[in-house]
Design a binder for this molecule. Structure first.
Ligand code: ADP
Ligand code: MG
Length: 294
């Protein structure tokens, strides 16, 4: 063909299911030294399911009551964990009360008013004050099983915990191996989730460098530190919480299917066919294109 090499690289990337926003992206992808992968929705399928519902004994709530309350508050959220909570409530045929004043804190959770009471749903570490003894041990037990524990508070008081489990993408392990081969460095995991769940999952795909409990700006700091050391970092993510790191990195790629609008807008390229394996494929392509250009 008579197409310039970088343009034909964009076309080839499209065939692999990756939409590159410019020719420059294809050039940059070829320079990547280190890949930083997000966990929820990136390394995992992003369709987590509620596995445990544990109301706090003193709360007066049963399983259905706790789930309905959490789902009402989570309803406006596009986070994969929020979708899992709403889906579980639907499966039980629960009616959700209307929520007002919804706000979300990326990497932490959501707050809304439901039935005149303030409901918070999110990370036990970030919602602070896991004061109840029972709640604390319920959280730890779930995390020891590799689950994401999500705390529910009503007017500031913990009323229960939900356990949520997500599965690895089927091509996660092969993708980590291919990226290690291409860059000479094993990818690292950046996640807002708890350390126990993150490490268990990382071990299954051969990742040992795990940075857990990160807020969006902590992901940025990690990326900046590697880039200050002279590394070109590729960040792969899907969430609102990944957007700042996608923007800060040498190159950012968003997972398209479950990806939030903000992540899709911020990234330099989008994986439109929902396969993680497309990433090493386009990195390899850009390297070939660079050789042709040079
Ligand atoms: P990751 O970096 O793995 O994609 P996030 O940064 O999106 O994860 O979320 C980090 C943690 O914040 C979650 O494990 C959860 O505890 C909490 N969290 C964030 N958003 C929500 C939400 N909508 N509902 C419940 N928990 C949430
Ligand atoms: Mg994510």
């Amino acid at each position: 063909s008579t197409m310039p090499p970088l343009l034909s690289a964009i076309a080839n990337a499209g065939r692999h299911g990756v939409l590159a926003k410019s020719a420059v992206v294809m050039e940059r992808l070829g320079q990547v030294d280190l890949v930083a992968l997000d966990k929820t929705g990136t390394l995992t399928q992003g369709t987590p399911r509620v596995t445990d519902i544990r109301p706090e004994p003193g709360s007066g709530l049963q399983e259905d009551g706790l789930l309905a309350l959490a789902a009402a508050a989570e309803h406006p959220s596009e986070h994969p964990l929020a979708r899992a909570v709403v889906q579980a409530a639907r499966e039980r045929g629960l009616t959700l009360a209307a929520a007002t004043g919804f706000t979300s804190a990326p990497g932490a959770g959501v707050t809304a008013t439901v039935g005149g009471r303030t409901i918070q749903v999110g990370s036990p570490a970030r919602l602070v004050a896991v004061d109840g003894q029972d709640i604390g041990s319920a959280v730890q037990a779930l995390e020891d099983e590799g689950r994401t524990a999500v705390l529910v508070r009503r007017d500031g008081t913990p009323v229960g915990v939900l356990g949520i489990a997500d599965r690895l993408r089927s091509d996660a392990k092969a993708t980590v191996a291919a990226l290690t081969e291409l860059t000479g460095q094993t990818p690292v995991l950046l996640t807002g989730d708890n350390e126990r769940a993150a490490r268990q999952l990382a071990a299954e795909v051969g990742i040992t460098d795990v940075r857990a409990g990160l807020l969006p700006q902590d992901k940025v700091s990690a990326v900046r530190q590697w880039e200050d050391e002279g590394l070109c970092v590729l960040v792969v993510g899907d969430g609102v919480n990944d957007a700042p790191a996608l923007a800060a990195a040498h190159t950012g790629i968003a997972m398209g299917r479950a990806g939030s609008d903000l992540a899709l807008q911020t990234a330099d390229a989008v994986v439109v066919r929902d396969e993680l394996a497309a990433i090493p494929a386009v990195v390899a392509l850009s390297r070939q294109a660079r050789r042709l250009v040079v």
